[in-house]
Design a protein around this ligand. Structure first.
Ligand code: HEM
Length: 174
């Protein structure tokens, strides 16, 4: 978090918002986004009918495969800093948006929206766990479903989507 905030603050130099033009100049932010997609692919369940039998591991299992990734259970964005691996569908070890003709058409849009949101969030706020709680103790178990979500958090339904409230994360304006 600290490293990410430092990168964003250094680039921003006090300007009001991080804008789309800044995104290409934030390599650590880009690595954080990739690492999040690697460990927690948001759409693990896209049904596809295969034309022949195939033993598919799934994006979640690929991201945790120790034959592909060093310390796959650790959140380590640094693994992407000097790596050509991208999520554009040509590196099969990182395919959170799928690959090929039926791959997600919104890769670039999602990249811009997610990176922009994250950049401005860490630029404007300090995020911390209360009462000195450690991130390692946070229960990151995932629930199954069309969209990935944390299993053990308070939840409330709002229309079609289920929003998850993470009550123990506090935001401090600074
Ligand atoms: C982080 C955000 C997103 C992720 C991780 C994601 C992931 C995926 C994945 C894994 C697939 C299936 C690819 C395959 O089977 O090979 C897919 C398909 C698709 N996505 Fe996304 N997606 C995201 C955001 C979006 C957004 C914002 C839109 C629309 C604005 C979108 C539109 C679509 C469509 C239309 C398909 C179906 C493509 C087809 O079947 O030909 N996605 N996405």
């Amino acid at each position: 978090m600290k490293k990410l905030q430092e990168e964003v603050k250094e680039l921003a130099q006090g300007k009001v918002y991080i804008t789309e033009d800044d995104l290409g100049k934030l390599p650590y932010l880009n690595a954080v986004f990739k690492e999040s997609l690697l460990l927690h692919p948001p759409l693990p369940l896209i049904p596809r009918e295969l034309t022949q039998d195939f033993n598919l591991m799934g994006t979640w299992a690929i991201g945790r495969d120790p034959n592909l990734w060093k310390e796959p259970e650790e959140f380590r964005p640094e693994r992407f800093l000097y790596s050509p691996i991208d999520y554009n569908g040509s590196y099969f070890e990182l395919i959170p948006f799928g690959s090929g003709r039926r791959g997600c058409p919104a890769v670039q849009y999602s990249k811009a929206i997610n990176e922009l949101t994250l950049a401005n969030l860490v630029y404007k706020f300090y995020l911390a766990l209360p009462n000195g709680e450690r991130a390692e103790n946070l229960d990151m178990s995932e629930g199954s479903g069309a969209f990935i979500h944390r299993l053990n958090v308070q939840s409330t339904s709002c229309g079609y989507f289920t929003f998850k409230i993470v009550p123990r994360v506090t935001l401090f304006n600074y």
